[in-house]
Design a protein around this ligand. Structure first.
Ligand code: ZN
Length: 176
């Protein structure tokens, strides 16, 4: 089932999401809906707040081509360790449509999470996968990739997004 994508400045994107008590059948179904929604919008990662749900759940698939069998479905993801070494990537976000900026983050992270079998798992990620997981975990803490930029750059991007959204809403208004 496709879920509705929430974009800036929706308040849900600034809230801290709550941990999942256990990954039960309902949570797995929600994760699969998130995955479907992410693929539909051609994203490589999606966090629950982006579909308006304040739960600590993320899905990630950076494979080329993307493959649901290889996707990461993670509940309560937590960064245990981050490398000193950094990695820079031109990030975008489905909730900040059409905007991209270079963001520097730790190159490698060690992450713990609960998988779809309700088991605690640890893994290491680097480069794009590491960036993507960190970007999605930021969403669970009410943070967006633009928060890693200078105030000036962030304000320019967010003003553009707000303006585009306002124009789109006006167009819909006229069409109706
Ligand atoms: Zn995002």
């Amino acid at each position: 089932m496709l879920l509705k994508l929430h974009t800036f400045p929706d308040a849900v994107l600034r809230e801290v999401a709550k941990p999942v008590a256990a990954v039960d059948a309902e949570t797995v179904r929600f994760m699969q809906d998130m995955l479907e929604t992410m693929y539909h919008h051609r994203g490589v990662g999606l966090a629950a707040p982006q579909v308006g749900v304040g739960k600590r759940v993320i899905v990630v698939d950076i494979n080329e081509p993307q493959d649901p069998a290889q996707a990461l479905l993670m509940a309560n993801p937590e960064i245990l360790q981050s490398s000193e070494e950094e990695f820079c990537y031109n990030e975008g976000c489905l909730s900040v449509p059409g905007q991209y900026a270079d963001v520097t983050r730790p190159k490698k992270v060690r992450v713990a999470y609960i998988n779809i079998h309700n088991q605690r798992v640890e893994m290491e990620a680097e480069d794009l996968l590491s960036t993507c997981i960190q970007h999605e975990i930021d969403h669970l803490n009410g943070e967006l990739f633009v928060d890693h930029l200078s105030r000036l750059k962030r304000d320019i991007i967010l003003k553009k997004v707000e303006k585009a959204r306002r124009l789109a809403e006006e167009e819909i208004g006229h069409a109706l």
